[in-house]
Ligand binder design. Sequence first.
Ligand code: HEM
Length: 452
Amino acid sequence: MNVRVEPSSTRRAGDAAPRPGGFPLIGLLHERLDYLARVRARAGDVYALDLPGRPIVLCHPSHGQRVLRDNAANYRKGGGFWAVLRELLGDGIIVSEGDRWLRQRRLMQPQFHRKRIVAMAETVIQAIDDELGRWTIPTARFDVCANMSAITMRVITRTMFGDHISQAEIDTIARELPIILGYTLVGVLTHGLPSWAPVPGRRRFRAARTTIRELVAQLIDRRRAAGVGEETLLALLIDAVDADTGERMNDTQLLDEAVGIFLAGYETTALGLAWAIHLMLRTPSVMAHLEGEIDATLGDRRLTFADLRRMPYARQVLQESLRLYPPASWLPRVAIADDTIDGVRIPAGTTVILPIYLWHRHPDVWADPERFDPGRFDPERASDRHSFAYVPFGAGQRLCIGKELALLEGQAALAAIFQRFRLAPVDDRVVRALPTATLTPQGGIWAHLRGR
Ligand code: HEM
């Protein structure tokens, strides 16, 4: 491929983004995120892809700081990716903007505060326990992804709805949500086509959307009818009052937010866990270190929330896995007005691609970036790396609202799994990461499961 290189050092402020040329669609389909990394190695940290609309890829953490924090007001959630999510989530917090977003964020943030999450910790741990109780040993080909999804589905349904949801309803959500996530990429590629144009998968997407929204609406009704009860996340959202206006969310807003929390919090956390297991299967020394920490802290005793503070390595394993395989591996934004980033002009209306995956492996900020080394997150080794070098939960004002819940859940799940089970590789296949709406392992992750 012909790649024209334009080193950033020769750039004058306001130059157009270099266009490395080649065939990005083919490159992206074949190599996915590695394609973006390969082009960066030749073209520099900012470049435009020869795709419709000429999106600009921003490969350095400092670019993230500009878009997500320093000049965040200039970047909106526009384009096909967010359009698909809007069809599902209406005007919920994930997709809304401006005053509407701010109002929802102010209403919801307190419900996700660390103190609230800590109060939910025992529910989370119990949900994990219940799910692990269903595992059979030995299993020769244990489907890691499916089982991690089952754990996070049980956690999110239990924390959201308490006992107001049946197993059949959980299964329905688990079946329909992946259809929606899978469709987001099609939505990006076909955005802008007329509404009558045949788009593969659209009908199935819309059916899944209706099923999920109807089911969640029923769950909200059921919770309302039950009156005061357990302190579930849904109950907290129903009761949340805007401090300025004294208003609560109406039913449509509640539905949008409840569906959004499912979408944002279920598969992401499951993938974080699945990739952590994949990395440990390939790096037995890390698995042994984790098992050692679990044995020393818990022995045969059941995990409690208080134990988690004494298990820093379990958390570091999760953090390092989220570095190498961030479930939200890229984020798109659209510039409202012209901007200049790293000397390159970003014209108004341009889509910028924020490849978190590449920032997390940028050689300027990470030593030996491809190596799986949870010790990087040891506070004693805390470095002065760029504050946007590690942003698996996004950053700036749109920082993930579920970050504390996801970290607590992920750490607890790793501790509970490796206390009871031993996982071993079934083959030495190299698993490729497919960046759709989330970063999914192609062909899944498989292990041999037995007891410890
Ligand atoms: C490992 C698990 C998770 C990852 C990697 C993750 C990642 C992210 C990222 C990158 C964003 C920012 C998106 C953007 O700026 O465009 C985000 C936003 C969000 N996340 Fe998460 N998330 C996770 C778990 C959760 C959980 C468990 C919940 C809820 C229970 C949740 C709810 C949300 C919501 C509501 C937003 C939108 C916040 C806003 O725009 O104000 N996430 N997440």
